[in-house]
Design a protein around this ligand. Structure first.
Ligand code: CA
Length: 220
């Protein structure tokens, strides 16, 4: 999952970025509204965490521009406790939810999962394919009811594939789901993670589509 974090407060930004990375998210952090708008035009994000009081361009303007382009990217606004009018304006301008600062990281993750479920039209919180079940809340994976131990990166690759069953994801698309800006990507990293997933979930669970990328098997 790729997250755009828009926050000019260094302490809040650092703690949210670290927390999201620990959960296996790719995080791009911009510290002003102009950079946020540029990032939203250049990249595709699963969710945007948007502060409203920002240098160069306010968060409300960033949000209004995004929705004017009919981009449906889920947006959570982050506001101060006493900023009720801002929250109302933000929700009216197309934000999907809001968080009151300071917020708990567990609550942030739960709200992200909820807006992603709504965005994808899934009421069911688990992702499942041929007996492999991923619970985004606990990041635990089971196969036919048995727990499977995966690394954070392997989990992120598997989640990217489970989110779009039937789709072929290129190596670049998978990398974009699991790495944020400035994170070093080893050239064969995705192959290594796919190899690890096949070893743990069965050789045929992830299929290679030559020249295109990877997809989940359609047969058990
Ligand atoms: Ca701010």
């Amino acid at each position: 999952m790729r997250v755009l974090l828009v926050e000019d407060d260094r302490m809040i930004g650092e703690s949210v970025e670290a927390g999201l990375r620990q959960e296996g998210c790719a995080v791009d952090w911009t510290r002003d509204g102009v950079a946020a708008s540029l990032a939203l035009r250049a990249d595709t994000y699963d969710v945007v965490l948007l502060d409203l009081g920002l240098p160069r361009k306010g968060g409300m303007e960033v949000l209004t521009e995004l929705r004017a382009r009919h981009a449906g990217t889920p947006v959570l606004i982050m506001t101060a406790r006493d900023a009720v009018p801002d929250r109302i304006r933000g929700l009216d301008a197309g934000a999907d939810d809001y968080l009151v600062k300071p917020f708990d990281l567990d609550e942030l993750m739960a709200r992200i999962r909820a807006v992603l479920r709504r965005a994808s039209g899934r009421a069911e919180p688990h992702l499942e394919h041929l007996g492999v079940v991923f619970d985004p809340a606990t990041r635990q994976i089971t196969q036919d009811g048995r727990p499977i131990a995966l690394s954070a990166r392997e989990t992120a690759v598997l989640a990217a594939l489970l989110e779009r069953p039937g789709a072929i994801l290129s190596r670049d698309q998978i990398e974009a789901r699991i790495y944020g800006w400035g994170e070093e990507i080893e050239s064969n990293a995705i192959e290594v993670y796919v190899h690890g997933l096949r070893r743990k979930l069965g050789i045929g669970f992830i299929q290679t589509v030559r020249g295109l990328g990877y997809t989940l098997s359609t047969r058990s």
